[in-house]
Design a protein around this ligand. Sequence first.
Ligand code: CA
Length: 320
Amino acid sequence: MSHEIPFLKAPDQAVFRDHLETKVAHWIRQWDGQERLLAGIIGIPLSKSSISLSGASATPAAIRAAFKSFTTYSMEYGVDLQDLAVRDLGDIHMHVTDIAECHRRIEESLRALYKEQPGMIPIIFGGDHSTSCPSLKAFVDRYPGQKVGILHFDAHHDVRNFEDGGVTNGTPFRGILESGVVDGHNIVQIGIRGFMNAKPYHDYVKSKGVQVYTSRDVRRLGMDAVLDQALLHAGDGTEALYVSFDVDVIDQAFAPGCPAIGTGGMNPWDALDALYRLGSLSTVQGLDFVCIDPTIDVRNVTSRLAVQLMLSFLAGVAAR
Ligand code: CA
């Protein structure tokens, strides 16, 4: 176009912009393949491995869409995140039909990435929870000869048997425990809820030494007291900690866009505080958010919640 048309802007520029304000979408740019990162966003758009119908593969896109809804500044934590080297690395490309191949790709891709970026904290957005097993296998290999602990926030134990359906979003911790990639004594499950799990699975995790704090425990003891104990277990003899956060740990009133909703779940304030505290600990070196289904969400509130949880974690990282 040879003549400029007054007030006519390109589609991606025709938006209100306050020059004093930095949005998360402006801050978390695409990684250039070179920059050394403090933390990197990685999408894993896989949900064909979900037991119930799930559009969790749409989560990475919904998360990125929510980046424009938040600023980088928090007066609550006294921090502006905009100078932290946090970038978007993109999505791991999934096979269309072969779930085992998808899991293999997750492991291979993350291994290569961790070799390239040895100090980077991965912040992974699933996908469903099946992605956490290959993700953990790659993560543990960053610490050869050393042990890793896991803080697992979830309504469910996620240790279903393999006989009734193979490797699914109901089995990641069965896979982790059976493969021995992480010792059960260094795994803590927080927010597990009644009437959503079968007794054999509770018995199974206890038999493996996993510490379990139910959602009711969190409410009665308080999140800080639960985390005090959880960090002792997960951190006992371990070099690094990984946080796996299934968003269905949050009460259905605040996280309607999860396939497995239920009441009596954790409240967002406890989760925000927990992620800030975990972010502030130098031992916490990896984080994933899983099992959001944006296709059933209401005004993207569940993806927005996950973004706020991520921002609280990064505010903690900034305070290290
Ligand atoms: Ca789960």
